[in-house]
Design a protein around this ligand. Structure first.
Ligand SMILES: Cc1cc2nc3c(=O)[nH]c(=O)nc-3n(C[C@H](O)[C@H](O)[C@H](O)COP(=O)(O)OP(=O)(O)OC[C@H]3O[C@@H](n4cnc5c(N)ncnc54)[C@H](O)[C@@H]3O)c2cc1C
Length: 385
């Protein structure tokens, strides 16, 4: 800890690692401090779906930048990434309507409408389930178990210093205070996901940051063919901003809630990714609060499994793992705050950090080191605490 760094990053998830990557590429010296012994937060607990097309506004800009960064990093850091696109399966006319409207807005290049047969060729849903669908060719997929870990190892091999099992207890300009002493750095980025409230409660309160808990499973299923891409359903169409802002999305949301109240009550986003070993990542539910209960109701898993059997027309599913993921949730999709000069608190405050985090981080590092006024900071944020 005797060395002085250009940048100290608190948090070794994808958002913190993204800042380290951006700084390293600019020739800066970097330290990363994390209280865990390796990468094990939301950045390894997700679907690995880089849902670029479904984003809007600021999120879309970060996602598109992140797409380029992911494509460059995968061969450099040596992790699995596929240019899979995304398949959305529509099981009702109102889901097709949302997809048609989305295609109108984005154009046929980014959104290709699929016939039932074309959808069935791409993903092994049961016969007769798909009324149609869409293919979003720009989207990407990584294996969440390995991608962030590989980026961390690549950074380590390129001279970034990692301080593990080292909790940060306070941050000020020029210094990170930890349970093992001080880290000195010209600039500090705090990227601790939902734990912003532990270090900066005032910022967390001002931005309405809560925790969002999710129930997830890893499942073995005897499918007719592999999933060629991450698979979204109608539940995803009322969630990601790009789809959810189409005119037909409100009616779809109402219909889903009326027909499937148990799933709506669990705020389900029924979606799937298939890892390179063939296992299916199945999810998910959402529950929010200042804390989230650690007690995951079996009913949530039972409902997700029932939906999975129906969608793929399989009777046998073997659950290999269950886990809970947590991410920061707030009315805005991103938090960038400056509690002190040359200190930034950065969090993706909805479930799109794998998609957008690398792009957001690149922009923050640009702003910190270019000397330009903080374009990412909302007016007045520079003094917020
Ligand atoms: C179940 C689930 C599914 C998801 N699916 C997707 C998806 O498919 N696509 C997508 O784009 N996004 C997805 N997301 C969202 C995405 O995973 C997150 O937005 C992203 O991983 C957040 O990254 P992070 O670096 O901010 O947080 P994390 O990965 O949680 O890292 C934060 C780190 O900060 C450390 N830390 C906290 N406090 C301190 C402290 N005081 N001192 C030191 N270290 C500290 C923690 O130990 C942790 O390592 C999903 C999230 C979940 C939970």
């Amino acid at each position: 800890m005797g060395r002085h760094y250009d940048l100290a990053v608190v948090g070794a998830g994808i958002v913190g690692l993204g800042h380290a990557v951006a700084a390293l590429r600019r020739g800066l010296t970097v330290a990363v401090v994390d209280r865990a012994s390796s990468v094990n937060g939301a950045s390894v607990r997700n679907f690995g779906h880089l849902c670029i097309t479904g984003q809007e506004g600021e999120a879309r800009a970060y996602a598109e930048l992140a797409r380029e960064l992911w494509l460059t990093l995968a061969p450099e850091a040596g992790f699995w990434l596929r240019e899979s696109g995304t398949v959305v399966v529509a099981r009702a006319d109102d889901e097709l309507a949302v997809l048609e409207e989305f295609r109108e807005r984005r154009g046929g290049h980014g959104v290709r409408i699929l016939t039932p047969a074309e959808a069935r060729e791409r993903v092994p849903v049961a016969d007769g389930v798909a009324l149609g669908g869409a293919f979003l060719p720009s989207d990407l997929q990584v294996d969440p178990r390995e991608a962030a870990v590989a980026i961390m190892r690549w950074l380590d091999a390129h001279g970034v210093d990692f301080f593990w099992q080292t909790a940060v207890v306070g941050v000020e300009t020029g210094t990170v205070h930890t349970t093992r002493g001080r880290v000195a750095a010209d600039t500090v980025v705090v990227a601790v996901n939902h734990d912003v409230d532990q270090l900066f409660p005032g910022i967390a309160e001002a931005h309405g940051i809560q925790r969002c808990g999710l129930d997830m499973m890893l499942v073995e299923a005897a499918l007719d063919q592999p999933l060629s891409a991450p698979l979204l359903t109608g539940w995803s169409l009322v969630r990601y901003a790009g789809f959810a802002h189409t005119p037909s999305a409100a009616a779809l949301r109402e219909r889903l809630a009326a027909e499937q109240p148990a799933l709506a009550a669990m705020d389900v986003n029924q979606m799937y990714t298939q890892r390179p070993d063939g296992t299916l990542v199945v999810g998910d539910t959402h529950y929010r609060g200042a804390d989230v209960t650690p007690f995951q109701p079996e009913e949530a898993f039972a409902l997700l499994l029932e939906q999975t059997r129906e969608l793929f027309g399989v009777s046998e599913l073997r659950v290999r793992e269950r886990w809970q993921g947590v991410y920061a949730s707030a009315p805005e999709e991103f938090l960038v705050a400056a509690p002190a000069p040359d200190v930034r608190v950065v969090s993706v405050t909805t479930g799109i950090g794998m998609t957008t985090g690398l792009g957001l981080a690149d922009r923050v590092v640009d702003e910190l080191f270019s000397g330009a006024p903080g374009s990412l900071l909302p007016a007045g944020a520079a003094r917020a605490r």
